[in-house]
Design a protein around this ligand. Structure first.
Ligand SMILES: [Zn+2]
Length: 134
């Protein structure tokens, strides 16, 4: 597939995908390509800058997703997953009834807010923990 940057006789610019350069020429000659704004079929290629669609381009994670995945790996490698018991564990550690250790898990908004209100250091993670079988 090739993407062409197109322009109509009213100078409207738009982009469209075509099977090939030949296919584009044939479609335009047949009046099958029309401006997305005014419907004109007087279309020309504005810039010859074809972009090729590849599967690796589509599946490669975006930088933000990659950073989140790395953070998740780091958290999972260095902390204990306590699931829904997170709020209780965090509180018990804060009160000294259990030894402190790095943990992560799930807390609902109310629990998380209560922890913060009580001065217990918790950090929201930008991902949902993967469930671990115990
Ligand atoms: Zn137009």
């Amino acid at each position: 597939m090739i993407r062409f940057h197109l322009k109509c006789d009213q100078n409207h610019e738009f982009e469209s995908w075509f099977q090939s350069g030949d296919a584009f020429d044939k479609l335009v000659a047949a009046g099958m390509v029309s401006c997305t704004l005014c419907g004109s079929t007087q279309i020309s290629k504005s810039i010859m800058a074809p972009a090729v669609s590849t599967s690796s381009e589509i599946t490669a994670p975006k930088p933000a997703e990659k950073a989140i995945a790395e953070l998740r790996d780091k958290v999972e490698a260095n902390s204990d997953y306590v699931g829904n018991g997170f709020a209780k564990e965090a509180r018990d550690m804060h009160e000294g009834t259990v030894p402190e250790r790095p943990i992560y898990g799930e807390a609902n908004l109310k629990e998380a807010k209560k922890l913060v209100d009580d001065g217990i250091p918790v950090v929201p993670l930008p991902f949902m923990p993967r469930k671990k079988a115990n």
